[in-house]
Design a protein around this ligand. Structure first.
Ligand SMILES: [Zn+2]
Length: 385
């Protein structure tokens, strides 16, 4: 079963570039606002600056159940060496796939959500309760000026059931990881490389600290996996230090990404990292070890046992033939900013996989997009009529 309107809606979204950075979402927000107005939604288009325009469309009333469908309208930028086979802003359909930057992340769920809203448009006066569509800017850079800002400033109403569109192969995800970033520093003492024992090589000190972090991953983090997301993890992504091969390095810094699983308290994670540093310091008093500049982006976890979540799960299972069990979503999403907008349950859901997102020749499978649409449409009709 092919839905030409749904496909051309996704193509239209792909043909409006919205890479972030720079994050200029004006054109795509205009498109979404006009679309929602045309099908009878009341809309708010709003931004905290001149780029990050988001759109919120609302239909129905406060009497009865409320459903929030959220997807982001920004994309990542094109890769610097990207050699696309297809036009990244073309929306070409080939071999059952729709190609384009943002085709799966996140314009596919956006298209499915807008199409569901359009299907209901002739019966909007019969809705018991409320349907809210959020077209959010700024997700790709953390959502601070997008969904976080919209939530904190009262632009997104609290709803019974919240669907955050991301790539879950049309499974219902009830958890995603959080991130804590930190910088570790070692200070030593320079000397001539001809007799390096007069100095204290900061890079050598850092080598020991990196192995401490590796042991922490294996012995501590892998011993306490999350049921849906597996173990928390730590990755050393950047190392900087030294000035020349003939000088003993007196400074070395690493930048680390620590993925948190639901249930982990960021303050406890910070203490664990500080303890690793303190232990290394105690073993090596001649160098100075420190960790700082913590940046935190929270995890999300929702309850799959509510009636609404169980219904969504059952519809997913029927439409896709997959087990009626929730899954985890490994990357982050705007769900973390919508916790206060959720009255009963929030899920992450959409076609495709994050492994295809952010990459050359990004695509959505037409069949998967259509399943996303059918699941959302069935659920919305059940809940709101
Ligand atoms: Zn996304």
């Amino acid at each position: 079963m092919t839905h030409p309107e749904l496909i051309s809606l996704l193509q239209s979204l792909i043909r409006i570039p919205s890479p972030n950075p720079p994050g200029d979402c004006r054109a795509i927000a205009d498109f979404c606002e006009e679309y929602l107005q045309r099908i009878g939604f009341n809309t708010t288009k709003i931004a905290p600056d001149e780029r990050a325009w988001s759109v919120i469309g609302v239909a129905g009333s406060d009497d009865g159940p409320s459903l929030l469908l959220h997807a982001h309208i920004d994309t990542v930028p094109l890769g610097q060496n990207a050699k696309w086979t297809y036009n990244p802003f073309g929306g070409d359909v080939d071999n059952g796939k729709i190609y384009g930057l943002g085709s799966v992340d996140d314009k596919a769920p956006m298209a499915a959500m807008l199409q569901v809203a359009a299907d209901l448009s002739e019966r909007l006066h019969e809705i018991k309760g409320k349907l809210v569509i959020v077209c959010a800017a700024e997700e790709e850079t953390g959502g601070v000026l997008g969904t976080k800002w919209l939530s904190e400033n009262g632009y997104i109403p609290a709803c019974d059931f919240v669907v955050v569109g991301e790539q879950t192969h049309n499974r219902m995800a009830t958890a995603h990881k959080g991130v804590l970033r930190a910088a570790f520093h070692v200070r030593g003492r320079t000397s001539h490389a001809t007799d390096p024992w007069r100095g204290r090589n900061a890079i050598n000190g850092m080598a020991h600290l990196i192995l401490d972090l590796e042991r922490y991953q294996k012995d501590v983090l892998e011993a306490r996996p999350h049921p849906l997301l597996g173990a928390a993890s730590i990755n050393v992504g950047v190392i900087q230090g030294g000035v020349s091969a003939n000088v003993v390095a007196d400074a070395c810094t690493i930048r680390v990404d620590r993925r948190m699983v639901p249930g982990e308290d960021p303050q406890v994670v910070i203490r664990e990292l500080q303890e690793i540093v303190a232990k290394r310091q105690a073993l090596d008093p001649e160098r100075s070890y420190s960790v700082d500049s913590f940046q935190i982006s929270n995890w999300f976890q929702s309850d799959a046992s509510s009636t609404l979540a169980q219904r969504f799960l059952a519809i997913c299972a029927e439409e896709t033939g997959t087990p009626a069990e929730p899954v985890g979503y490994l990357p982050g999403s705007d769900a973390k900013h919508l916790v206060n907008q959720t009255k009963q349950a929030m899920i992450v859901f959409g076609p495709g996989t994050y492994q295809v997102a952010h990459s050359t020749d990004e695509y959505t499978e037409v069949a998967e997009l259509e399943a996303t649409y059918r699941i959302l449409q069935r659920f919305a009709k059940e809940m709101l009529f």
